[in-house]
Design a protein around this ligand. Structure first.
Ligand code: ADP
Ligand code: MG
Length: 389
């Protein structure tokens, strides 16, 4: 599927600009296997790059002008690269302007270029098309103008570009889009940015994302509430156990001993954070041992925690995970991302994919009158130059 996208992008570039691209860049979306809502709670995340990508074609044009075509939107922009960037009303252009802003801020000088890009990452479904956009664009500029920016700085500058757009994201999305490796997950320590790779060859299982196709408006307000509640939980822990600085150093027994000092909500949010941090560590051990069944169980436990204790699920996501629980050939499923809509990530026994997809589609439509969208994903390499075989 990606070969067609690459060919179409190249053809478009040739047609529009009259010559062949000099660099073709593939920049993936990402999934997160486990470790949800703990990036801001001093935890670890376990993301991976996937085989859904944005393909960019680039060539310098010996001017001071960047001409950039968003093929999927049939829109283009012209930017004078010597001028200061300001936010535009055309949202998609801001992710790219944000990258140019970061380059200028760090003193990199670039010239004009032509660029066309097209994607098969669904947008706004939690697969981080925005990180793929920022990081792929920056990666291509870095290649064209030999700027010598290393991979981690590409991720960090991509994150800053997104902050510039106005979205205060953590580092997971950009980091996994850039640093991903085929059949490996990244365990990222959100405190230090230390990272390790773990084998993620699911052998007998396929990864499927079921997109609930809903987005409840509670997301932003509840996200902020969770951050406040977790801070409160942590400060109560610190008051009573000054040697503990983080949920990471806390266990369930210790937390339970403080239950009477917390509101029920603060206790349950803290409980989720403590348990989820431990689950990520257990998930890495399971992956290292090739024990995919245990990974699946942990994913179900995460969903239970997100739904009952952290309360960031919704009826549609709970329904999809409940369907998964009763299927013998589904060994794990949970909501992925911030919650209140978006996708579940699900491990399905190979050979049963079509039967499960058909059944879930029908039952979901019967229950909610909403079409279930489905994405098959494989764990793949991070942002890279495409080299034709
Ligand atoms: P997510 O990152 O989860 O997909 P976001 O809302 O963070 O969702 O980012 C989606 C935005 O990124 C889109 O609204 C659009 O502005 C930009 N974007 C992503 N993919 C493309 C694309 N193929 N063409 C143009 N803009 C895109
Ligand atoms: Mg995004």
């Amino acid at each position: 599927m990606n070969e067609i996208l690459i060919q179409d992008t190249t053809d478009f570039f040739k047609e529009k600009f009259g010559n062949s691209p000099s660099k073709t860049v593939l920049s993936p979306g990402r999934i997160n296997i486990i470790g949800e809502h703990i990036d801001y709670n001093d935890g670890y995340v376990l993301p991976a790059a996937i085989d859904k990508i944005i393909c960019f074609a680039f060539k310098k044009n010996n001017s001071n002008t960047a001409i950039i075509q968003a093929i999927d939107l049939n829109e283009s922009i012209v930017i004078d690269v010597t001028k200061e960037e300001i936010l535009s009303e055309v949202v998609w252009t801001n992710y790219l302007r944000g990258v140019l802003f970061q380059l200028k801020l760090k003193g990199y000088e670039i010239g004009g270029f032509n660029c066309a890009f097209s994607s098969n990452i669904p947008t706004g479904s939690g697969l981080s098309s925005s990180a793929a956009l920022e990081c792929g664009f920056l990666f291509g500029i870095n290649e064209m103008f030999n700027l010598g920016i290393n991979s981690i700085d590409i991720a960090l500058m991509g994150q800053k570009a997104e902050h510039w757009v106005g979205i205060n994201c953590g580092i997971m999305d950009q980091f996994s889009s850039v640093m991903g490796l085929e059949n490996k997950v990244l365990k990222i320590d959100c405190r230090t940015l230390d990272y390790t790779y773990h084998e993620a060859n699911f052998v007998d299982y396929s990864l499927i994302l079921f997109d609930s196709n809903v987005k409840h408006s509670l997301f932003t307000s509840e996200y902020n509430n969770r951050r406040i509640e977790c801070n409160e939980g942590l400060s109560i822990i610190k008051e009573n156990y000054p040697e503990i600085n983080s949920f990471r150093d806390c266990d369930v027994n210790l937390l339970t001993s403080l239950k009477s000092k917390m509101t029920d909500n603060v206790y349950r949010r803290s409980l989720y954070a403590v348990k989820e941090i431990k689950r990520v560590i257990q998930a890495c051990v399971a992956l290292d041992n090739g024990d995919i069944e245990t990974l699946g169980k942990l994913m179900f436990e995460t969903h239970e925690g997100l739904s009952k204790d952290y309360e960031v699920s919704c009826a549609e996501l709970d329904y999809l995970v409940d369907l998964a629980k009763v299927e013998e050939d589904v060994i794990g499923s949970r909501l992925m991302g911030g919650g209140f809509g978006g996708c579940t990530i699900t491990l399905v026994k190979k050979g049963s994919e079509n039967a499960i997809k058909g059944k879930f589609t029908k039952l979901y439509a019967d229950q909610f009158g909403i079409e279930l969208k489905i994405y098959d994903v494989k764990i793949s390499n991070g942002t890279s130059l495409y080299k034709k075989n």
